[in-house]
Ligand binder design. Structure first.
Ligand code: RB5
Length: 146
């Protein structure tokens, strides 16, 4: 799968780890930076990944900051994005099955590398369940521009 990924300084180390993990698993990775842990502003990087996903350059997006929360808030401002801040593999599965999330945001400071690898793997391998969830996702998207 083609995956766009970025972080801020607080998520940099885990972003590097996840890039290597995803490449090792055979995914095509667009690394939108940063290239160091120098202080940056997370909305700038959320925007890059969100735009890759809505333009179709990437099928899914992964964002890492200190908590994952700021990245989620920022990414969800881009029309077409359904970003969820995820702290467990179970939630990663549920946000794909129920919300058809196309971006996840994870914490580089409060969640272990091992858990984040499981979260990202689950996010990429779980399909949207459709059915009763489809109409709800349509209603989420209809909120754009209101
Ligand atoms: C940076 O200090 C921190 O605010 C950021 O990484 C993130 O956790 C914001 O939600």
């Amino acid at each position: 799968m083609k995956v766009s990924i970025a972080s801020d300084h607080a998520g940099f180390e885990q972003k590097q780890m996840l890039v290597a993990h995803l490449q090792g698993a055979g995914h095509q990775v667009i690394d939108r930076g940063p290239d160091s842990d120098d202080r940056v502003d997370y909305p700038d990087f959320a925007e890059l990944v969100a735009k890759d996903v809505v333009s179709g350059q990437a099928q899914r997006g992964v964002l890492v900051c200190g908590t994952g929360i700021g990245m989620a808030i920022a990414a969800n401002k881009v029309d077409g994005i359904r970003a969820a801040n995820i702290v467990s593999a179970e939630f990663a599965a549920l946000t794909r099955e129920h919300n058809d999330a196309n971006v996840i945001t994870v914490s580089g400071r409060f969640v272990s590398e091992e858990e984040n690898r499981k979260i990202v793997d689950t996010f990429l391998s779980t399909e949207f369940a459709g059915g009763r969830h489809a109409g709800r996702v349509e209603k989420i998207m209809a909120l754009e521009g209101k």
